[in-house]
Design a protein around this ligand. Structure first.
Ligand code: SF4
Ligand code: SF3
Length: 548
């Protein structure tokens, strides 16, 4: 077996990709990702010892975030870049160990090999990667819990990285990322202790999403109800995808007045809801749908595409030369826009010049969609919402956030949305929305039946809305509200969103289209017993259960 990865919902046969990822990840990329995570774990052990002694290093915190983010599904396919990152990590680790010692902090003699390993050359990398991957933990339940924590922490790291790009950092969050990663290397921890750590991971998921919410709204204003154009204009244009709002900001500023328009794709759609971005007349709207439709949608877009994060599908030859990456994302042969120098913006001029040589996008849709129902906006509508619930006009809310994916089984979510009774409202966030956000589901007394709060991280808004309703309706328990949860997952950010909901006490979540392959039968049982988590069956069956 040359690789083993089971971190996402599309993992081969629901159990693990072993020769090549369903996502397109080759075995050498998978190996380098395993090694990078392992090096990040070693650095995290040192970081945890340092923090216990009141010492920390912002470069270390940032490195661990980036290393994890790079290994999220569909973020980075560039083995060369990941290898470079491993080299950086080893150098940082060794320097950090020296700094810790020079601060008089005692580094215990027996430490994990991820701290002492010294490769003779790049040839050592593949053999080491084979030793340290997921399957290096032999006990199935311990492996399952370790990976559940690691994937949750990858989600935390991604959101912390975005917040950090806007100048918002949290020592608590970084301390937890490193403590949790270090714990996954600790053979003395029992399954019960790891279950406790899973819940703690959820708590920090809530904290990091709150941090990112504060970062986004302080920087760009509160999202507001917005009609987003899904048609096209006449100018050549750049399509921006992923989740990073700082990149969005700088791209809009640098394209202003150049004759080049900007459109969002997939998870960048919610950028359209922020006041600071809406002011740009060359920000035309959203082009296309969720990430996996890119192979056809990028063809007709005609202009260059900038990936700021996941989700990249290996590009077709016909548009490969129009793909650019930045931040944690990467693809071999596609130019990568370097990180910002201190006090300066990223330089997107090469993409802007590229766009000028391209034809304008071809329309694939026309009209508009509505979104921008983040917590601040919904709470402004609270009176209307509460009145609709009290009068019975709204019988139930359905939280249907999360990810979209390629599998045919995800048609379930479109059918579920279509079949929901007309006195129900969908609350959504993440790219799962594309399964139903263009259906004509109408409104209830002016409240649209699909309320899109934003990106997957804006699931935080859905939690704030639920907690606010709990106060208004004077309920003791969030589960007494008329809200059902039918969540779709794909990658590791959805894992942290799920753990965050569990931490907030949400019970009886339906998770689909399949349960994670990384959950062992015993860990599934724990989640069922403690939280009532279930999979999905058919829209009709599940709706019957959820309407009661
Ligand atoms: Fe397979 Fe998903 Fe891992 Fe890609 S990320 S190799 S599809 S499990
Ligand atoms: Fe979508 Fe990749 Fe997860 Fe951010 S863009 S929700 S799948």
């Amino acid at each position: 077996m040359s690789m083993f990865c089971y971190q996402c919902q599309e993992t081969a046969k629901g159990t693990g990709c072993v020769a090549r990822g369903v996502c397109g990840k080759s075995d050498d990329v998978a190996q380098m990702q395993d090694l990078l995570v392992w090096i990040a774990k070693g650095i995290s052990i040192l970081g945890t010892i340092a923090r216990e002694n009141h010492y920390s290093d912002a470069r270390v915190d940032r490195f661990v975030q980036e290393a994890l983010f790079i290994t999220i599904t569909n973020a980075n396919f560039d083995a060369g870049k990941i290898t470079e990152k491993i080299h950086q990590g080893i150098a940082l680790r060794d320097r950090f160990a020296g700094e810790i010692a020079s601060h008089g902090i005692d580094i215990p003699g027996i430490l994990h090999p991820s701290i002492s390993w010294k490769p003779a050359g790049d040839d050592d990398f593949a053999s080491k990667a084979a030793e340290v991957g997921v399957l290096s933990t032999s006990d199935e339940d311990i492996r399952s819990l370790r990976e559940l924590i690691t994937y949750g922490v990858k989600g935390i790291a991604a959101y912390a990285e975005h917040a950090g790009n806007l100048g918002f950092n949290s020592d608590n969050v970084d301390a937890f990322i490193q403590k949790a990663l270090a714990a996954t290397t600790d053979d003395s921890l029992t399954a019960d202790e790891l279950v406790t750590l899973v819940l703690e991971t959820g708590k920090h998921g809530v904290d990091v999403m709150a941090l990112l919410d504060r970062a986004n709204t302080t920087s760009y204003g509160n999202p507001e109800i917005t009609e987003v154009n899904i048609g096209v204009g006449k100018n050549p244009a750049i399509l921006i995808s992923g989740h990073d709002m700082k990149d969005m900001e700088e791209l809009l500023r640098q394209t202003e007045g150049t004759g080049v328009d900007v459109y969002t794709h997939s998870e960048m759609l919610p950028a359209n809801y922020y006041p600071a971005f809406k002011k740009y007349s060359h920000f035309v709207g959203n082009y296309g749908n969720s990430w996996w439709k890119q192979t056809t949608e990028f063809e007709t877009f005609n202009g260059p595409v900038l990936f700021t994060t996941n989700c990249i599908v290996p590009p077709r030859a016909s548009y490969h030369d129009r793909i650019y990456t930045t931040g944690s994302s990467g693809y071999p042969g596609c130019p990568h826009i370097p990180d910002r120098e201190p006090g300066r913006e990223k330089d997107f001029s090469v993409i802007i010049e590229h766009a000028k040589r391209c034809d304008p996008p071809v329309a694939i849709e026309e009209g508009s969609i509505i979104g921008g129902f983040a917590h601040n906006q919904v709470i402004q509508l609270a009176d209307k919402v509460v009145e609709a619930v009290r009068s019975g006009a709204i019988r139930k809310f359905f939280v249907m956030g999360g990810c979209d994916g390629r599998m045919k089984s995800r048609e379930y979510y479109t059918e579920f949305a279509q079949k929901l009774p007309e006195d129900t409202v969908i609350l959504t966030a993440g790219c799962a929305k594309y399964r139903y956000n263009k259906l004509k589901l109408g409104d209830i007394n002016g409240i649209p039946r699909v309320l899109d709060a934003g990106q997957c991280n804006d699931s935080y808004s859905l939690a704030v809305i639920a907690l606010t309703l709990k106060e208004i309706f004077e309920k003791n328990d969030i589960n007494e509200l008329p809200i059902a949860y039918n969540i779709a997952w794909y990658e590791q950010k959805a894992v942290i969103v799920l753990l965050a909901l569990l931490y907030l006490g949400v019970k009886n979540i339906h998770l689909g289209p399949t349960l994670p392959g990384f959950l062992s039968p015993n860990v599934v049982n724990i989640l069922v017993e403690k939280f009532g988590i279930t999979g999905i069956t058919t829209p009709d069956e599940d709706m019957k259960i959820m309407l009661n």
